[in-house]
Design a protein around this ligand. Structure first.
Ligand code: URA
Length: 190
């Protein structure tokens, strides 16, 4: 994995100069890989995925599932922070990843998954679902909360925790989906 990340960091430095590279982390022989969208501000500061607010969401998620952070692998589709600068205040804020970022990093995500060989890839949000499913038109509303056969592993799509904050109904769906995943994982002895 180190070799892959060294290559990714170098190539990302050429394609996106001046942007900080934030790789995945965790168990290198995981049964489950969690794939997010992209790092945010706190991740960029600390150089680690899913810390700060997203890390808190992740801890809740793992607690429901009864999993330890160290037992899984945690990564993102895009491995640098998609950022926009306000012309008025000069302040940086997050934006969705753009096409160039997604297209640059997606082939590396496939190589990451080949190295990790997980049983389950749990994706958070549309970007991760579409990248892992290799289907740019995949629709979350139709696919969330169930096991989908990929070659080599099972994909389990979830809504992105950030997308449910202001939507009570989606939040209920997200929790229900995690409960479904919990049952599946318990049956498999996780
Ligand atoms: N932090 C991450 O590392 N990934 C996300 O998708 C969201 C927050």
């Amino acid at each position: 994995m180190q070799k892959l990340y060294d290559e990714m960091r170098e190539k990302a430095g050429e394609a996106f100069p001046g942007r900080k590279f934030i790789g995945g982390e965790g168990n290198l022989k995981p049964r489950l890989v969690l794939v997010g969208e992209a790092p945010g501000g706190e991740e960029e500061k600390q150089g680690r995925p899913f810390v700060g607010k997203a890390g808190k969401n992740l801890s809740e998620f793992l607690e429901i599932l009864g999993l330890q952070r160290e037992s899984i692998y945690i990564t993102n589709v895009v491995k640098l922070r998609p950022v926009k600068i306000s012309p008025k205040t000069g302040r940086a804020s997050n934006r969705p990843p753009n096409k160039a970022e997604v297209e640059f990093f997606t082939p590396y995500l496939y190589r990451e998954l080949e190295i990790l060989r997980p049983e389950y890839a749990v994706t958070l949000g549309n970007f991760a679902l579409r990248a892992v499913k290799k289907d740019k038109k995949a629709v979350m509303g139709e696919l969330h909360g169930r096991s989908l056969d990929q070659s080599g592993f099972t994909l389990f799509p979830l809504y992105h925790p950030a997308s449910i904050i202001y939507n009570r109904a989606l939040k209920d769906t997200y929790i229900k989906d995690i409960e479904i995943l919990k049952e599946i994982l318990q049956e498999k002895g996780y």
